[in-house]
Design a protein around this ligand. Structure first.
Ligand code: PA5
Length: 450
């Protein structure tokens, strides 16, 4: 069962502060429950683990079975909330080296991602890699108009049509988009592609448990029913538990710390497979909370790797940081450290002990050192990482994020700020309708370059 431990906050947060913030948390929870919070037209994720109809889940699984017979490589095209959840779950639950396994060893197509940036080198390398493979695509965009995935889809669609001919190419394209509107919904309808819906009332970063995450994960062989069941169990727990509610504890601690000037939160993990979970978490909290000149800046480190880079700053740099350590009790796989007779490297004091014990030692030692250095520490503990506990963790973070945003007086479900760069990019690249803005920006650029 997921636990939030706050004993390493004692130096930084008082019991009174925790008591005083509780009514605000209960108000935020009530706003969510009664659907009167800001952004209340995007609360579909709250009940989604129970609302998803069995028939839709079966349709996703059936499509996944078809895709597994169709291809060796399944390319998922999307950006932000349209890819990070699937990438996070695949890295957390799958093999560390999926590319190095053959199909039989992996037991499923290799899932690769595209459309999450504009790198020409990445796309050219991807197209080269796909040339002699059997390929299927999943294009995911709720709006259907996001530039990065739209360009990747154009390139990969051309590749597919040239490789298989139009009719077969369309059979190999799976579309996940808004249920009723947008360019991709029209494309799926006219081309006869199999399609899935991102529910209208669920925003991208809250969509991992919809077809957005479920289809790629089912293709890769993840037990998506267990993922959803874990999320549903967490929903029950957070809805009813008042006194030891882990989401209340987490949201309370981070907001008390924010009000005391700790405005950078670092999500810390000790498992490379959790790198993308941290990327997903950064998007969830960053896009939800960072607005109206407010919000905690979400950062992440992957230890012990980053103890040899960011560790110095965290120990002794500017004191505005707090850490949330993600601790997984059972590592999944383990190794015993070998004994050597000559002990030339002086590691025999660790001989025959599990490597996971050394990793845990690094975690405990680091927490103590950072607390001594003035860095408040929270811990989110999971007994193990599997589809069910991960589903619970996704839901826990979504709910905690919504509570935190409401506590901090922002709408956690919109992202108006991401438009600014897009408008400039359209203007600079000459998109019709942006001519005047383009001329002004070019003048600014020329001026700045002189
Ligand atoms: O959380 C969000 O809504 C965003 O990060 C979107 O997921 C991201 O911008 C991609 O949008 P779309 O799915 O419309 O292409």
């Amino acid at each position: 069962m997921l636990r939030v431990e706050t004993n390493n906050l004692a130096k930084f947060v008082t019991e009174d502060e925790v008591k005083n913030i509780k009514p605000q948390l209960e108000l935020a929870a009530q706003q969510l429950r009664t659907r009167i919070s800001p952004g209340n037209d995007f609360l579909g994720w709250l009940d989604w683990p129970c609302d998803l109809e069995a028939v839709e889940l079966e349709r996703i699984k059936a499509a996944a079975d078809e895709i597994r017979t169709q291809c060796e490589v399944f390319v998922v095209i999307g950006i932000g909330g349209s890819y990070l959840g699937a990438q996070a779950a695949l890295s957390a639950l799958g093999s560390t080296f999926p590319q190095l396994l053959n199909g039989a060893e992996r037991g499923a197509p290799l899932v690769l991602f595209a459309g999450h940036h504009l790198s020409s080198r990445y796309m050219a390398d991807l197209l080269d890699y796909l040339a002699d493979k059997e390929v299927a695509l999943n294009v995911i965009s709720k709006s259907g108009t996001t530039t990065e995935p739209a360009i990747a889809f154009r390139l990969l669609r051309k590749f597919l049509v040239e490789k298989y001919g139009r009719e077969e190419a369309m059979w190999r394209i799976y579309v996940t988009t808004d249920p009723n509107k947008g360019a991709l919904r029209g494309f799926a309808a006219t081309q006869g592609c199999t399609s899935f819906a991102v529910p209208s009332d669920i925003g991208g970063r809250y969509s991992v448990l919809t077809a957005v995450g479920l289809l790629p994960l089912a293709v890769a062989g993840v037990d998506v029913a267990a993922l959803l069941a874990g999320a549903a169990a967490m929903r029950e727990r957070l809805k009813d538990e008042k006194d030891d509610n882990p989401a209340y504890k987490y949201a309370a601690a981070r907001n008390i710390l924010l009000r005391k000037g700790y405005d950078i939160e670092i999500l810390v993990s000790y498992e490379p497979g959790l790198y993308y979970l941290a990327e997903w978490w950064k998007q969830l909290f960053g896009e939800s909370e960072g607005k109206n000149q407010r919000g905690i800046f979400p950062a992440a480190v992957n230890n012990s790797t980053d103890l040899h880079s960011m560790g110095q700053y965290i120990q002794e740099g500017r004191r505005a940081l707090f850490e949330t350590v993600l601790e997984i009790a059972e590592p999944g796989r383990d190794l015993s450290i070998p004994r050597e007779d000559d002990d030339a490297d002086q590691l025999n004091y660790l001989a025959e002990r599990p490597l996971s014990e050394v990793n845990q030692g690094a975690l405990e030692a680091t927490v103590l050192a950072h607390v001594d250095g003035g860095v408040p520490n929270l811990r989110i503990c999971l007994p193990k990482l599997d589809a069910s506990t991960l589903g619970g963790l996704f839901y826990f973070f979504e709910y905690s994020c919504a509570l935190s945003g409401l506590l901090n007086g922002v709408n956690p479900f919109d992202q108006p700020g991401v438009e600014a760069y897009k408008i400039n990019m359209f203007a600079l690249l000459g998109k019709p309708g942006y001519e005047a803005a383009g001329a002004e920006l070019r003048n600014r650029l020329n001026g700045e370059r002189v």
